[in-house]
Design a protein around this ligand. Sequence first.
Ligand code: SAM
Length: 281
Amino acid sequence: MSDLNVKDILISKGFHYNKALGQNFITDGNLLSAIVSDSGVDSGDTVVEIGTGAGTLTRAIAAKAKKVFSFELDKNLISVLDLSLKGLDNVEVIFKDVLKMTDGELKEIVGGEFKVVANLPYYVTTPMIMRFLESGLDVKSITVMVQKEVADRFVATVGSKEYAAVSLAVQMRGEARVTRIVGRQMFFPMPNVDSAVVKIDVDKNKLHGVDLSALSRLFRISFAMRRKMLTNNLMSGYGLSREKAIDVLLKADISPTVRGEALSIDQYVKVLNVLKDFGTK
Ligand code: SAM
């Protein structure tokens, strides 16, 4: 299917783009193949795609994967997809919101192990990625097009200005890297921002034995007031006295004057262990 064909189908079906659903489509064949290549998907893989759109990325994934389960919200795309995905027997489009589905419901459709590949709707990027990272589902990797600024935060390392609670939330469950930057002109209609493709190789046992939900809470508390010292954030987040908060940091070999953005994941794990030893709730 050529680039022109999909645009023609959209026009012939009188399709109206829904901005609120983050509908910025890609039709460039080279870019679509490059995203699939970045994902490392091959003939043994089951893929979950979020946001079928006009089915352009779906087709590119289907050309490499064993099976594609593509989730979409907008039923106005049905007549477009009937044409653009015609003849593909390894694609199933499901008109459901995965954010509203349980792991069990998803497992029933998708089966076991899978990879996520998607050009995500901007309004829901982080919840969508966290939905898969935090789930009990067998997700091997997540390769997604997101707003460039968001991608920068996912891969940010300690000390950088992009480093945020979400950097840690992603990196404690896998290895994340940006595989390519994609200019806004590659989308139709054109958005106001540039994008990037991020690949996360998921490893849910990366921090073996660590209570990940307690660690996530510590990240949120530590970054709650970004300009304040970590001591202050620990005081207000856990209801500790200044003396106790300083003691926690000293016991974890961390200076009480640092900010949350100065700590690596390993240092946060140390702080968490001291908090636990102190019986902090
Ligand atoms: N994959 C297509 C492409 O690359 O051209 C479309 C990408 S477009 C950025 C995002 C798509 O996600 C839109 O078609 C939109 O309707 C759909 N969408 C928005 N929210 C969704 C949700 N919660 N679940 C599934 N699809 C959603």
